[in-house]
Design a protein around this ligand. Structure first.
Ligand code: G3P
Ligand code: MG
Length: 245
């Protein structure tokens, strides 16, 4: 029976501080097939790995990450908000994550967070870095900003791209073709059996997010999606193992 691949959302967000090396190392440790991570730009044009535009929720900094240099951002604590055991975890640069990931077999879903702030040349810089580490075959770019996906198609046709959407997207397949995306990353609650079949028959890869509860994981596995993006990869592996017994 075909089972979905399991991607650890922001690393293993359920048990580790999101988008930190600790969370990514844990994903590899427990056998996830891939990791999902979010990127923004620092004030000095470096690509950084963090979910929010602002620092307040996940670090001891305040305000927009884009107001700070990489060096300033590296001085922040990105672990204590989750648990004091992770005090001293840093905001990783994308370079740091790619340098480490190059020595693993992980797939990398890099989500460009450019729907609120249009970071100058984020697409160009990201493509350059992925090529520098020779990771073109293992990367999937995604974004809620579909124009950005279209730009990535022209910059790097060899790297997979997917549309993210959290509200119903009428004519999703038409939009995906228009933006030259090979994958769809919908909020999992939008999916139906009919849509999954139709999209897969049309050749698109379906990687819904963020599926955390056992019953939802079960439903998505039964729907036959290609990838499950979850904060709790161990739960997904548990269910897959049960199905194989
Ligand atoms: O890429 C899937 C998912 O991460 C999109 O939502 O807000 O968790 O980045 P968010
Ligand atoms: Mg994300």
């Amino acid at each position: 029976m075909k089972h979905p691949l399991i991607f650890a959302h922001r690393g293993v967000k359920g048990t580790h501080p999101e988008n930190t090396m600790a969370a990514f190392l844990e994903a590899e440790h427990i056998g996830a097939h891939g990791i999902e991570l979010d990127i923004h730009l620092s004030n000095d044009g470096e690509i950084i790995v963090i979910h929010d535009e602002t620092l307040d929720r996940t670090t001891n900094g305040t305000g927009l990450a884009f107001n700070y240099t990489l060096q300033q951002l590296k001085a922040l604590d990105a672990g204590s908000f989750f648990d004091h055991r992770f005090a001293g975890e840093q905001i990783p640069s994308l370079r740091e994550v790619l340098a480490w990931a190059a020595g693993t077999a992980l797939l990398l879903n890099i989500e460009l967070k450019n729907d609120i702030i249009r970071y100058p040349e984020l697409e160009q810089k990201t493509v350059q870095l992925v090529r520098e580490y020779g990771l073109e075959d293992r990367v999937i770019f995604s974004s809620f900003n579909h124009e950005s996906i279209e730009l990535l198609a022209s910059l790097a046709p060899e790297i997979h791209r997917a549309l993210l959407y959290h509200e119903p997207l009428p004519d999703a397949l038409i939009e995906a073709r228009k933006r030259q995306a090979s994958g769809l990353h919908p909020n999992f609650m939008l999916l139906t059996k009919e849509f999954v079949q139709c999209a897969q028959q049309a050749g698109f890869t379906l990687r819904p997010y963020t599926i955390n509860e056992y019953k939802d994981l079960e439903n998505m596995i039964a729907l036959g999606v290609d990838v499950i993006i979850t904060d709790w990869p161990a739960r997904a592996f548990e269910l897959i193992k049960e199905r194989e017994l």
